[in-house]
Design a protein around this ligand. Structure first.
Ligand SMILES: [Zn+2]
Length: 380
């Protein structure tokens, strides 16, 4: 399912190919987040045209609204949302532990109240896998416990033990035809817990491995360290996915640490604040200093927004609350992420990744506001 095509000589960066029931994915890859069955403000035709290979759907949200009855009747998630290419679904674990009011953690799952209407629900390994089977995603994730980065060592250990036990239970459940299942390594920044979790999951045997418990509000050095701690134990020949990360520069640094798959809400979230990503960092279009700035958002960008509109016009649209402004920033930000990944793949293929990485990270100036925006959980 995963073919490792090349490993960079200067780092752990990898070029690969992941085969799924709905198509082949070139890695490293960025997944656009389609939490509610839609990548915010962008339609499937635009996503395909800008080179989107795979999107992420969300078990927790979709199972609450519209509910599985509707998606089942529609013939699964691909046909319900009219997306012909691969979909990865998360298990709902992250949302249960971050959005819902938990009533009780039990041996086989979590009893919780819906963040929407307070109704009492239950989600565990068996339920999460059944929902993902019916959604018909190409890649399903195991149901895990994602603890806050402020957790005590004891809480971290309990989360790892439950994650391992629940992962085994997920492994036993029936799947959709051809569906891949990824395990999730937890353990925070505790080296022994990361190792324990990785080894147990690998012994259970999954089609790929995710690094979870990152992007939970921790500072960047802690995030990078958590990824490194988990990555060293993961099998070379299988895909690795760092969940919920990150800024463009962080993605490049994580590729260099051996990660193949990413998803992040930032392109959509900062677009809603009138902010655009560029290779020099993020810039505010809405609050742009110059009203008469007739340059595109980013010189050299091939997205629809940059080919057709100026910063001045987009700034105007955002300031008068026209939907087109938000749509065009979302298009640009998403294409920006996809283009960074395309360039990363080209650089690894042509053995110039070290140079690419050095230049990219040197040019990219992160803003504190964007780094902080990463931590909020509401739209995943
Ligand atoms: Zn653009």
């Amino acid at each position: 399912m995963f073919e490792l095509l090349k490993v960079d000589s200067s780092s752990k960066a990898r070029l690969g190919r992941l085969t799924t029931p709905h198509g082949v994915i070139d890695t490293p890859v960025f997944m656009s987040v389609g939490t509610q069955g839609s990548v915010k403000a962008i339609d499937p035709r635009e996503l395909r045209e800008m080179g989107t290979q795979i999107i992420l759907g969300n078990t927790y949200h979709l199972s609450i609204r519209p509910g599985m009855e509707i998606i089942r009747a529609a013939g699964g998630l691909h046909s319900f949302i009219n997306w012909p290419a691969p979909i990865l679904t998360d298990s709902g674990g992250f949302q249960v532990f971050s959005l819902a009011t938990i009533r009780k953690i039990q041996a086989h799952g979590v009893e919780f109240r819906s963040h929407l209407d307070g109704s009492l629900l239950f989600l565990g390994p068996k339920e999460a896998m059944a929902i993902q089977r019916e959604l018909g995603s190409d890649i399903a994730m195991v149901f895990d416990e994602c603890p806050a980065h402020t957790s005590t060592p004891r809480e971290l250990r309990a989360a790892v033990e439950r994650t391992v036990r629940w992962a085994r239970e997920c492994r036993e459940q029936p799947r959709a035809p051809g569906q891949l299942v990824f395990g999730i390594v937890q353990g925070g920044t505790d080296p022994s817990l990361r190792e324990l979790c990785a080894r147990e999951l690998i012994a259970t045997g999954f089609d790929g491995y995710a690094i979870g418990g990152v992007s939970v509000g921790e500072p960047e050095p802690e995030m990078l360290r958590a990824v490194e701690l988990a990555e060293q134990f993961l099998p070379i020949g299988q895909a690795r996915y760092a969940m919920g990360l990150g800024t463009p520069a962080q993605l490049v640094e994580l590729v260099a640490r051996g990660v193949d798959i990413f998803d992040c809400v930032l392109p959509a979230r900062v677009a809603r604040n009138g902010t655009a990503f560029t290779r020099k960092g993020s810039i505010s279009i809405k609050g742009g200093a110059k009203k008469a700035d007739f340059r595109p958002i980013e010189e050299g960008c091939d997205c629809f927004a940059c080919r057709h509109f100026t910063r001045a016009y987009l700034r105007h649209l955002l300031n008068v609350g026209e939907i087109l402004g938000l749509r065009m920033l979302s298009v640009h930000n998403t294409r920006m992420y996809l283009r960074v990944m395309e360039d990363v793949r080209k650089a690894i293929a042509s053995a110039t990744f070290a140079e690419f990485r050095r230049e990219f990270v040197a040019n990219y100036v992160p803003t504190q506001k964007v780094l902080l925006a990463r931590a909020a959980a509401a739209d995943r």
